[in-house]
Ligand binder design. Structure first.
Ligand code: FE2
Length: 347
């Protein structure tokens, strides 16, 4: 029996979760939402997290109906992510560990997503597509590592969506990607955009600057924009949102399908904040079914960053004997998925 409390704060959400042997006892979260047209900056995000975190720790214990003494281990996100918000979680985790005399474990954020997705959906050994504001990876498990088969070579898919939402001044509430998805539903008109797949990798920054030019006529007087305007004169924001989603999701489906074929897998699990997008899920489901496979996805409680996923992955590590001395309780902005030895899986 392992009862774990997990703290996640690598980006603009601060979340605390408590799990006991795979049973969800608490999952509380607050999101730092910036005004339309603005992204979240590290310093302000950390301030938001500092103000929210202690209240969240208390409400998670209340929700779980537990006392600190009932916990076996305190887990926190070690990375990857933005350093100032990550530090808020790490410092509180370290303090609670000393105060409550409980062991402390630093958890890789991506591994948290994968293990949470497997727990909730029951997927056994899926190809994992991890898509969020900071990450875009196609991952497959082999020999006690989650290996990266393909990834973005520049910005993350969610970052591309977030930044486009900012350009067209969409609200960041509840999230920029959600509002793009809703606006995209109002169009079926495809405006041709660059499609950038390089082997197993994808690139989004060129697509973003291309669509920026289309969205802001007059602001960027370059040749490409003028050429486009000659071809397509009146396109709406909805047309652009629709076309952006269709293009970048098709790229993700393509590399995921190739990973499935390579590994002989018939399961796909989508995790990360962009994984909530129902159009992405639909496109991926069609591809999976055409191959006789199955798609696994979760809703916003589990696919958007949350403390529970850190508690669960930490509990798995703890159960398999992983321990961490206090001196190693630091954070790191760069921490690749395949650096972690997956000691809790034997297949
Ligand atoms: Fe994430």
């Amino acid at each position: 029996m392992v009862c774990a409390l997990g703290i996640e704060g690598s980006a603009n959400k601060i979340g605390i979760g408590i799990i006991k042997d795979g049973e969800v006892l608490a999952n509380v979260r607050r999101t730092y939402i910036t005004p339309p047209g603005e992204g979240f900056l590290p310093k302000e995000t950390a301030k938001h997290h500092r103000e929210a975190i202690l209240g969240l720790v208390q409400s998670s214990l209340k929700e779980a109906k537990l006392q600190p003494a009932d916990l076996d281990v305190i887990c926190y996100t070690k990375g990857p992510g933005m350093a100032p918000p990550l530090l808020v979680g790490a410092i509180v985790a370290r303090t609670l560990s000393l105060l409550w005399e409980k062991p402390l474990l630093g958890v890789n954020h991506c591994i948290g997503h994968i293990e949470m997705g497997r727990l909730i959906t029951g997927a056994q050994n899926p190809i994992v597509l991890y898509v969020s504001g900071g990450n875009t990876q196609v991952i497959a498990y082999s020999n006690q590592r989650y290996r990266i088969f393909g990834e973005t070579i520049d910005i993350a898919v969610g970052n591309c969506l977030d930044r486009f939402a900012r350009i067209i001044k969409l609200s960041n509430d509840p999230s920029p990607g959600y509002n793009i998805e809703q606006l995209a539903k109002k169009s079926k008109r495809y405006i041709k955009l660059p499609y950038v797949v390089k082997g197993m990798d994808v690139s989004f920054s060129g697509i973003l600057s291309y669509i920026e030019d289309l969205a802001e006529p007059g602001k960027r007087q370059n040749k490409r924009k003028r050429q486009q305007e000659e071809e397509v004169i009146d396109y709406s924001q909805a047309d652009l949102c629709y076309s952006l989603q269709e293009t970048i999701f098709a790229m993700l489906v393509e590399i995921t399908e190739r990973a499935m074929a390579h590994c002989g897998s018939n399961e796909v699990l989508i995790v990360g904040g962009v994984g909530c997008n129902e159009r992405l899920q639909e496109m991926m489901r069609i591809m999976c079914e055409e191959r006789g496979g199955k798609l696994f996805a979760t809703d916003e409680r589990y696919c958007i960053d949350n403390g529970l996923m850190i508690a669960h992955a930490g509990a798995e590590m703890f159960r398999s004997g992983t321990r961490m001395p206090l001196e190693e309780a630091f954070v790191t902005q760069r921490f690749r998925t395949d650096e972690v030895l997956v000691s809790w899986r034997e297949d």
